[in-house]
Design a protein around this ligand. Structure first.
Ligand SMILES: C[S@@+](CC[C@H](N)C(=O)[O-])C[C@H]1O[C@@H](n2cnc3c(N)ncnc32)[C@H](O)[C@@H]1O
Length: 294
């Protein structure tokens, strides 16, 4: 199902029921918030939405998130840095690389500076297909369908089924022209290295030369607290997420031409002047890269 801007869409059967339950759970989580939670939320704004994107299914709702923040307070900085990476990467793609079409798999909850907003500021006609398999994200998908001149679509599909994603994306994107394939914060949800690489390979095979792969994912080499927080998260019953080494993340780019500076901790990927103001940004356990399909 690919709802496009302004077109209402309907779900039936079990999917509608799951969606209603997910909406109810979101509402209950909202009601559960303590005044302190609400204050923190107001202060952190989109950052907590980003955390919610990763932790939407964490049992315990805000309390569960609070527990992770207690173990690993830098998680908020990581969420902010990941979003800033997305902004710089999409600006590079829509600007310097002149990519006008994006396939963003693992969308997360809509927040500030979603892919289509960043891309369409530079390339108003840009077309963006978002893909996620979380019913809560689906429930909020309308907030992503806000293009004016360009087009945005949302596909409810699973990364493990790349052919279905490609078929649905082809209803909105011209797959004979370059595509910016965005896999941010999602490959960790595929535990097996070979399977994750084969999914990326299958997606790239279907895209023409001049397309780009952008990956940003959690790593396990800098912060022990981050590794512990991930362990707690994985044991909570949430969809598990596997931290990889930077080398394992670099393997996703095999056969592609890496854009400078290669695969680096995400704050170090082409930081802008303000981010560089006090020297090289600190590294964190989130590595990222952008590469062109030759
Ligand atoms: C951490 S969020 C990343 C959000 C966004 N890409 C970002 O970087 O801010 C990961 C998203 O991937 C989605 N996801 C996880 N496993 C998935 C799968 N197998 N298929 C589709 N989406 C998946 C989750 O529902 C979640 O919305």
């Amino acid at each position: 199902m690919v709802p496009t801007a302004g077109r209402p869409y309907q779900l039936t059967g079990g999917k509608a029921l799951r969606l209603r339950n997910a909406c109810r759970a979101t509402e209950e989580r909202r009601r559960d918030r303590t005044p302190r939670d609400r204050r923190q939320r107001a202060q952190l704004g989109p950052d907590l939405e980003l955390l919610a994107g990763r932790q939407g299914q964490l049992p315990g709702g805000p309390r569960g998130r609070g527990r992770l923040r207690a173990i690993y307070p830098e998680i908020v900085d990581v969420a902010r840095a990941s979003r800033r990476f997305l902004i710089r990467a999409v600006r590079y793609l829509a600007g310097e690389a002149r990519v006008q079409q994006f396939l963003d798999i693992g969308t997360g909850l809509p927040t500030a500076d979603n892919t289509h907003e960043v891309a369409q500021r530079l390339a108003p006609e840009a077309r963006v297909v978002y893909v996620d398999n979380d019913p809560v994200v689906l429930a909020h998908a309308r907030a992503l369908l806000t293009s004016t001149r360009g087009v945005t679509a949302y596909v409810d599909a699973d990364l493990h089924d790349p052919d279905r994603i490609l078929a649905a994306a082809a209803r909105t994107l011209d797959l004979t022209r370059p595509i910016g394939l965005m896999l941010l914060g999602i490959l960790g949800h595929v535990d097996d290295d070979a399977e994750a690489r084969s999914i990326v390979k299958r997606l790239l095979e279907a895209l023409p030369s001049g397309s780009y792969l952008t990956v940003c994912d959690g790593t396990n080499i800098i912060s022990e607290a981050g590794v512990e927080a991930q362990r707690v998260y994985n044991e909570s019953g949430a969809v598990p997420y596997r931290l990889r080494t930077p080398d394992q993340i670099a393997e996703f780019f095999e056969g592609l031409e890496l854009v400078e500076p290669g695969v680096v901790s995400c704050p170090r990927w082409r930081p802008d002047a303000t981010e560089r103001a006090s020297g090289a940004p600190a590294e964190m356990d989130q590595f990222a890269g952008v590469a062109r399909k030759p």
